[in-house]
Design a protein around this ligand. Structure first.
Ligand SMILES: *Cc1c(COP(=O)(O)O)cnc(C)c1O
Length: 443
């Protein structure tokens, strides 16, 4: 698969070899030289590799089979098998609640969030792509638990150093044993600023080409296509598990904040997944609703809700999302269905799912579950099935789960450890010089 920059609009139909990059190059350089973000050009049809798969396939087997065709010769089957094994000691789990709704649990990874899937694959594939030769450094700007899932995925990987930039505020859940100062390969740096300052520093460092070439720098933020594409695999996995039961059309309901997950679903569709549409399930922060219905997008101030991972007013993947709409606006309007769910409906859904199906939902999943039920009740599709993506472990929102459904959730040990506060290796001003200095003093 080839990639181009979102800035190269005129290349939509005619791919110029000179400016396009392979998936491998896109992953290793992260941002195109000419600016913008990398997006795939054209379509890669993977149907011949997954349509006939048996429904007892494991996630590792699926990854092993789909990775080589995705890299079109730049990654061999043995590497694919090794990366599938080293990345995934957890897998998605599909549960059918009734004739029309299924839940795809994506929260069995180390931090209890679906984001574990993309990061785990990305770290493992980087190790394989470097072919025992080069070292690489991965810069990431994070908030909340994202730093932990990066640390868990990169720790101990050969030839990789992971630099994690945190905004001001407490840093939790990292294990200091993984830090370079203790013989590990993780560099945790706190920036005197906010998440945008951290992200800006990542982009500046990548675009300081002499610096980024010296350390072979890339990023594991969603700006890297290597983060979002692997999330397409669990959509395909869900289809393989459900295909025997399908009587009508298939939809996915996706709890959406920055829209990375939804874009991954759209990639799966481009790979040939027979899906009829995606419900973009938002909470009160529904800044993209107008856009999905054909109007102009304008960012909105953030509203605080009980599904905090969806509290986004200016989604960072908008540029990527709009590249789909630029190519085929009317197709997209029939493919993505926006929904907005308020706090009360979210709590009610958590209660109803528990009472009716014995299923404990976290609030983000409950947003998508509510949107899925509304969709089934109001759409004209017959016999359709909606797979709701369960993006967060209910134990991460144990208090809210208790309020909504009266259930006490067991908190797995791996999740309770995420709360412990740690100190960074360095504290810096939000300046490129300061970041480069801190990195140079660590490696
Ligand atoms: C990050 C996150 C989301 C939102 O995913 P996007 O890709 O940003 O749309 C939803 N649910 C949970 C639990 C998350 O952590």
């Amino acid at each position: 698969m080839q990639f181009r920059s979102t800035l190269d609009k005129e290349q939509i139909n005619s791919v110029s070899q000179r400016l396009s990059a392979s998936f491998k190059e896109a992953i290793l350089t992260c941002l195109p030289l000419q600016g913008g973000l990398y997006i795939p050009t054209g379509v890669l049809d993977l149907r011949q590799f997954f349509m006939q798969m048996d429904d007892d396939i494991s996630y590792q087997e699926l990854i092993t089979a789909l990775t080589p065709p995705l890299f079109e010769g730049e990654l061999n089957p043995r590497s694919a098998a090794r990366l599938a094994q080293s990345a995934f000691d957890f897998e998605p789990e599909l549960k059918n609640l009734d004739d029309s709704i299924s839940i795809l649990n994506l929260y069995n990874g180390p931090t209890g969030s679906f984001k574990d899937f993309g990061v785990a694959y990305f770290a493992a594939v980087l190790e394989e792509l470097l072919e025992n030769k080069k070292n690489a450094m991965i810069l990431s700007a994070v908030r909340g638990d994202s730093g932990i899932n990066i640390e868990r995925s990169f720790y101990g990987r050969k030839r990789l150093t992971s630099v994690i930039l945190f905004p001001a505020g407490p840093i939790r859940g990292l294990n200091p044993d993984t830090f370079v100062t203790n013989g590990g390969n993780i560099i945790a740096i706190q920036v005197r600023g906010n998440l945008d300052d951290c992200q800006r520093l990542v982009n500046l460092a990548i675009n300081d080409r002499p610096f980024s070439q010296r350390y072979n720098i890339t990023s594991s933020n969603a700006i890297n296509p290597g983060r979002l594409l692997p999330q397409a695999f669990y959509y395909i996995y869900a289809f393989i598990k459900i295909k025997k039961l399908l009587k009508g059309e298939l939809f996915f309901s996706v709890p959406s904040g920055n829209f990375g997950n939804l874009i991954s679903g759209l990639y799966a569709w481009k790979f040939g997944l027979p899906v009829s549409g995606f419900i973009a399930a938002m909470n009160a922060n529904n800044s993209l609703k107008d856009y999905f219905q054909g109007r102009k997008f304008s960012p909105r101030p953030v509203i605080t809700t009980n599904s905090p991972a969806l509290d986004v007013g200016n989604p960072s993947n908008f540029e990527r999302l709009s590249s789909f709409y630029d190519e085929a606006p009317s197709v997209m309007r029939n493919m993505v269905f926006p929904a907005s769910v308020d706090n009360t409906a979210t709590l009610n859904a958590m209660e109803e799912a528990w009472k009716t199906h014995g299923e404990i939902l976290d609030p983000h999943t409950a947003v998508a579950y509510t949107a899925a039920k509304e969709f089934i009740n109001t759409s004209s599709y017959c016999n359709s099935r909606v797979i709701v993506l369960a993006t967060g472990h209910p134990a991460r929102e144990a208090a809210l789960v208790k309020t909504a459904s009266g259930v006490n959730t067991d908190i797995p040990k791996k999740l309770s450890q995420l709360k412990k506060e740690v100190s960074p290796i360095a504290l810096i001003d939000p300046e490129l010089d300061a970041l480069e200095g801190a990195i140079a003093s660590c490696v």
